[in-house]
Design a protein around this ligand. Structure first.
Ligand code: AMP
Ligand code: MG
Length: 358
C-alpha cells in the first residue's frame, strides 16, 4: 500500500485496506508523452489502485510520433476500462481527471489530452494538466518516502538534474541535445541488439556492458552543469562500425562515460544545495551500474540514496494521477478551453505550492 505521510493529515493514515478506503477521492491520470499510453488510478491519500500501461513498439527504428499516437488512440479505451476494472471503481466515482500536458511529442500528447477532456466533460469532473517531469519527481518522493532530494531523472526523452529551491524544482543540469536513454537506444539499435519482447534496449545493452572489461576512450562532455550525449553517441557508433573493438567493451565504455557525466553533475548539484537525499528515476534508473555509481557518490556525501522501482520510474499513469491530486488540492485545475498541450513545457516553469506543506 502506498501513501504519503507528509502531505495529508495523519488522521488518514492507517485507515485503508485495498478495498476499504477512507472515501476522500480518486484521481485518474493519463500518460501519453511518448511511446507509453498509461492510465493510473490513485486515491487522494496516495494509494495506487491501478496502473495499466500499453507501450508502442515500432517495427523498426525509434518512436515515430504519428504511429505512436495512432497506437495510443487505438488502445486508450481498453487501457482505461482495464484500469477501472483493476481499481474496482466506477467512472462516476472518479473525482479528478489528470493528463500529461507536456513536455513530449505533440501527436502523442494530443491523444491523451483529447481522451482526458472527453472524460472530464462527460463525467462533469475537473481537469488537471500535469507536467510530466514534475510527475516523475512527485511520484518518486511519494513511493520512496523521500522529502527534499536532488533528483536525477533519466529516460528516453529527458535528462535532468533538479532540486527544489524557492517555490520550484530548479534545473541544475540537463542535456544540451539528446537524452541519455536515447543515446543508449540508438547505439543498441546500431549494434543490432534485439531484446526479447517487453525488455528495453537499454537493458540489453546493460547486459552486454556487464561483460565488457576494457575502457575505450570516448568523448566526455560536461559544459558547466549541462551534458551533451550526441558526440559520445557518434564516436561510439563510429568505433562500432570500424569493427576494431568487441561490442561488450564498447557497451561498457559507453555506459561508463555517460553515467560518469550524470554522476558528476548530480554530485555538483548535491554539493551546491547541501541536500541530504538523492533520488534516481526515469526508465534508465533501472540500470544497476548507474545505481551503484550514484549510490557511491551519495554515500561519500553522507546523503541517502534511493531509486524508484521500475513500475513507477518508467512513464506511467499513476504518477500523473498522483500529481493530479496534488494540483487539485491546491486549486490548480484548468478549463477545457485552456487545456492545450505544451510540448516544451519546462519543469522549472511550474509552481509547486504543496512542497513542504504539512
Ligand atoms: P522512459 O522514457 O522513462 O519510458 O524509459 C525508457 C528508457 O529507459 C529507454 O531509453 C530504455 O532503453 C531505458 N532503459 C530501460 N531499462 C534500462 C536499463 N536497464 N539500462 C539502461 N537504460 C534502460
Ligand atoms: Mg516510455
Amino acid at each position: 500500500m502506498l501513501m504519503t505521510s507528509q502531505l495529508f493529515p495523519s488522521s488518514l493514515k492507517g485507515c485503508m485496506s485495498s478495498k476499504n478506503y477512507m472515501r476522500e477521492g480518486f484521481s485518474l491520470g493519463i500518460e501519453s508523452t511518448a511511446d507509453d499510453f498509461g492510465v493510473g488510478i490513485v486515491s487522494f491519500d496516495g494509494e495506487v489502485l491501478a496502473n495499466v500501461n500499453d507501450v508502442y513498439i515500432p517495427d523498426k527504428g525509434g518512436i515515430h510520433p504519428r504511429e505512436a499516437s495512432r497506437h495510443h488512440a487505438i488502445v486508450a479505451g481498453r487501457v482505461i476500462a482495464e484500469a477501472l476494472r483493476r481499481a474496482g471503481i466506477k467512472p462516476k466515482e472518479i473525482d479528478v481527471i489528470a493528463f500529461s500536458q507536456g513536455p513530449g511529442l505533440g501527436p502523442c500528447l494530443r491523444v491523451g489530452a483529447t481522451v482526458a477532456r472527453a472524460l472530464a466533460s462527460y463525467l462533469g469532473k475537473p481537469l488537471v494538466g500535469v507536467n510530466h517531469c514534475l510527475a516523475h519527481i512527485e511520484m518518486g518522493r511519494m513511493v520512496n518516502r523521500v522529502k527534499d532530494p536532488v533528483t536525477l531523472y533519466v529516460s528516453g526523452g529527458n535528462t535532468i538534474v533538479s532540486a527544489f529551491e524557492a517555490g520550484r524544482y530548479r534545473i541544475f543540469g540537463e542535456t544540451l541535445d539528446i537524452a541519455v536513454g536515447n543515446c543508449l537506444d540508438v547505439f543498441a539499435r546500431e549494434a543490432g541488439l534485439r531484446p526479447e519482447p517487453g525488455k528495453p534496449l537499454g537493458a540489453a545493452l546493460e547486459e552486454l556492458a556487464s561483460r565488457g572489461r576494457r575502457l575505450i576512450q570516448l568523448p566526455y562532455t560536461v559544459k558547466g552543469m549541462d551534458m551533451s550525449f550526441s558526440g559520445l553517441l557518434t564516436a561510439a557508433v563510429n568505433l562500432l562500425r570500424g569493427g576494431k573493438y568487441p561490442l561488450e567493451d564498447l557497451c561498457f565504455s559507453l555506459q561508463e562515460i555517460a553515467f560518469s557525466m550524470l554522476t558528476e553533475v548530480t554530485e555538483r548539484a548535491l554539493a551546491h544545495t547541501e541536500k541530504v537525499e538523492v533520488l534516481l528515476t526515469g526508465g534508465v534508473a533501472a540500470n544497476k551500474r548507474l545505481q551503484s555509481m550514484l549510490r557511491a557518490m551519495a554515500e561519500e556525501h553522507g546523503a541517502h540514496f534511493s531509486v524508484v522501482s521500475k513500475e513507477y520510474a518508467t512513464d506511467n499513469g499513476a504518477m500523473i494521477a498522483w500529481t493530479g491530486v496534488l494540483c487539485y488540492k491546491y486549486g490548480l485545475t484548468i478549463p477545457i478551453e485552456k487545456s492545450f498541450v505544451r510540448m516544451k513545457w519546462r519543469l522549472d516553469d511550474v509552481d509547486v505550492p504543496w512542497f513542504g506543506a504539512h
